[in-house]
Write a protein that binds this ligand. Structure first.
Ligand SMILES: *Cc1c(COP(=O)(O)O)cnc(C)c1O
Length: 396
């Protein structure tokens, strides 16, 4: 069947939620994918920061094959070993003490907010309000739409669940002003991903953490996108000298398979049995894949590689910027990087890069986002930069 045929079928069969780029992917290996015409592309979208070890990484494939033959799903009515081993690995390598597994980032954040509300009820006189920031992204459920401080996501669904207050990002005073006796938590991304790769001041997270500690409210980090090595350390919070009370993970954790996790400090782990749950959360199959992913990332010090290749990529983009006056900024950390323009050219560039064999993401009408697999090489970065330069040149 031709590529157009699949795209025609999609348009007939699906609810119209996705902006899709006109390419049908059928296969992936490492940082490369192939379409249904056997055309090859270098993938700097990485499944939206999910394919941390690239496409079909052998360690993950092996773990999935092995576990699929043993036990796929059992429910959380029982103890299962892969989820316990994964929890242990996460706890040993983070500042958090306890884990809850679910299936996505939105679900992890829902769990975090429910835990914060439970904490508010038990320890903070019933406080329930959660402060989040503009340009944030926390997921697509109704509550996370209220948490996500972007009107384009909120407006179609008003009225939204109560109890969320959106304030400016990278502004500690705004959080202070929004805090009152109803506040139980602040939820932040260490770097805003979906909102445009917005990197806050170095002391922002520490100031917010200190404010939360002073007020006795919870400091929650949404590391769904920044976690698992993406920014050059296993978790982004490590670079800012802070320790969240609660942290959420998803995207890169499973090496491609859907898994989310909510981690909490012992003293805020106030759920009682039955107060929260998930049917698929922590099933042996995805936990085996996530364990293999995380173990590989830790054992091979992939975060150090991300730091090195990421800064090489940034340097290459900075020099690219010299040649094109409509590039206004290169920003990011590790392998979460954006290129911003003073014109709305991102769509055109996505298609220009696609034509030349490179997949990139339009994060805003005037900005591209790069979130390639963490195992990308300098040579692959060079290739991507060459294609980008070509596409940028065509645009002039
Ligand atoms: C992608 C993302 C989410 C939502 O994750 P889903 O798995 O799509 O529900 C939440 N928070 C952040 C920071 C994200 O980048």
């Amino acid at each position: 069947m031709s590529q157009n045929k699949w795209q025609e079928l999609e348009q007939k069969l699906f609810l119209r939620t996705a902006y899709r780029v006109p390419v049908t992917l059928v296969r992936g290996q490492g940082a490369w994918v192939w379409d249904d015409q056997s055309r090859k592309y270098l993938d700097f979208v990485g499944g939206w920061a999910v394919n941390s070890l690239g496409h079909c990484p052998p360690v993950v494939v092996k773990a999935l094959e092995k576990q699929a033959k043993i036990l796929i799903q059992a429910s959380n009515q029982f103890y299962t070993i892969p989820q316990i081993e994964l929890a242990q690995l996460l706890v040993e390598n983070s500042c958090l003490d306890r884990v809850f597994f679910c299936n996505s980032g939105a679900e992890a954040n829902e769990g975090a907010v429910k835990l914060a509300r439970r904490y508010g009820k038990l320890r903070l006189n019933g406080a329930y309000e959660v402060i989040t920031t503009y340009s944030s992204f926390h997921g697509r459920t109704l509550a996370m739409t209220a948490a996500t401080g972007q009107s384009k996501f909120q407006e179609p669904y008003i009225p939204l669940p109560d109890g969320f207050v959106n304030v400016d990002y990278n502004n500690v005073e705004a959080i202070k002003r929004a805090t009152n006796e109803r506040t139980c938590a602040v939820v932040l991304e260490p770097i805003q991903g979906e909102g445009g790769v917005n990197v806050p001041d170095d002391d922002y997270l520490r100031k917010v953490q200190n404010w939360c500690r002073g007020k006795g409210i919870l400091f929650i980090l949404d590391e769904v996108q920044t976690g698992i090595g993406r920014t050059g350390t296993l978790f982004a919070y490590e670079q800012y000298g802070v320790e969240p009370d609660i942290m959420t993970l998803a995207k890169g954790l499973g090496g491609g398979v859907p898994i989310g996790a909510l981690l909490a400090k012992e003293e805020v782990s106030v759920f009682s049995p039955g107060e929260h749950g998930s049917t698929f959360g922590g099933n042996p199959l995805v936990c085996a894949a996530a364990y293999a992913t995380l173990k590989y990332i830790i054992n091979h010090d992939i975060p150090a590689q991300v730091k090195r290749v990421g800064s090489y990529f940034m340097t290459r983009l900075e020099s690219l910027k010299q040649g094109f006056d409509f590039i206004t900024e290169v920003r990011g950390r590790g392998l979460l990087i954006a290129l911003e323009f003073n014109q709305e050219v991102a769509e055109k560039l996505v298609l220009g890069c696609l034509d030349r064999g490179l997949l990139v993401n339009k994060v805003k009408p005037n900005a591209l986002r790069f979130m390639p697999p963490l195992i990308i090489t300098e040579k692959e970065v060079d290739k991507a930069v060459d294609i980008l330069r070509d596409a940028l040149g065509e645009r002039l």
